[in-house]
Design a binder for this molecule. Structure first.
Ligand SMILES: Nc1ncnc2c1ncn2[C@@H]1O[C@H](COP(=O)(O)OP(=O)(O)OP(=O)(O)O)[C@@H](O)[C@H]1O
Length: 266
């Protein structure tokens, strides 16, 4: 169980990125964090993964975090295999063992044939696969993915979503997945957490137990969950925009319409 207890993160300058976050993630659960830009999704992911320190509160239950970001951030002068091996080598493991484990991780993400390639020789989807292998090779007890498929085209995104689900089902790792797409969150997760900003907080926490693969447009229950969360999300975006724009500027009411979201591969 991963547990966040009354997490608060205030940045120098005074931005309260998160306030009073309480969250318990049972082992093996796939959780998505969604919410408007700036609501603290990445900050929460960083705190859970141990990449950042809370201003107050604590995180327990993450022994080893595997982290994947939107940009794979591979070392351009190292091969795919060398990139995957790098973190392990730092841990002091013998080189041969590092290599064997890294090759196995590359097989898991179907990238073994490209072990000797350099990052610039890979497509965006392949680079993200390499980044996932680099996270997996550390044998994490939880995977943290921050918009991992955000920069991919719809078809590649859809493919990697399927691969991620297969990987998750096989490894039974806890997953925390940040996305801008409600559709992606609902299609993939056991649980969707909707956040709001100023201060960053959780405003909805929905369990989704429909079998996968999920077809949002054909499933009335999932469609209803989507529309309800989208209405909350739209209201939140409108509220924040009203604060940001000059006072007196009238905003239209939030709209809820099927398929309104852009950039989703579902
Ligand atoms: N290092 C930092 N220093 C100061 N403020 C920061 C820092 N990192 C994030 N913030 C602020 O904290 C708030 C939450 O940021 P965060 O990146 O976690 O939001 P997000 O929901 O992930 O946004 P997005 O969807 O746009 O990636 C924002 O107001 C952001 O400007």
């Amino acid at each position: 169980m991963i547990e966040a207890r009354t997490l608060t993160r205030t940045f120098p300058g005074g931005t309260v990125a998160l306030e009073g976050i309480e969250l318990r993630i049972p082992e093996g659960q796939f959780v998505s964090l969604v919410g408007p830009s700036g609501c603290g999704k990445s900050t929460l992911l960083s705190l859970l993964a141990g990449l950042d320190t809370p201003s107050s509160g604590s995180v327990v239950g993450v022994e080893r975090a595997g982290v994947v970001f939107q940009e794979a951030a591979l070392y351009p002068w190292k091969t795919v295999l060398q990139n995957v091996m790098f973190g392990l080598e730092l841990s002091g493991l013998p080189k041969a063992e590092c290599q064997a484990k890294s090759e196995a991780a590359l097989r898991t993400v179907h990238l073994a044939r490209f072990a000797k390639a350099y990052p610039h020789e890979l497509s965006g989807g392949m680079r993200q696969r390499a980044a996932i292998a680099r996270a997996l090779v550390l044998e994490p007890n939880a995977l943290f993915l921050d918009e991992p498929f955000g920069a991919l085209d719809a078809q590649t995104r859809s493919l990697l979503q399927t691969e991620l689900l297969t990987l998750w089902e096989r490894t039974q790792l806890s997953v925390v997945f940040v996305t801008h797409s409600l559709e992606e969150a609902i299609a993939l997760s056991d649980r969707v957490i909707l956040m709001a900003s100023r201060p960053g907080r959780i405003i909805a926490d929905v369990l989704i137990d429909a079998p996968r693969p999920r077809e949002l447009r054909r499933d009335l229950t999932l469609g209803a969950i989507h529309d309800r969360l989208l209405a909350q999300l739209s209201a939140e975006v409108t509220r924040v925009a009203a604060e940001e724009y000059d006072s007196g500027w009238a905003l239209p009411p939030p709209r809820v319409r099927e398929g309104e979201e852009a950039g989703s591969g579902i």
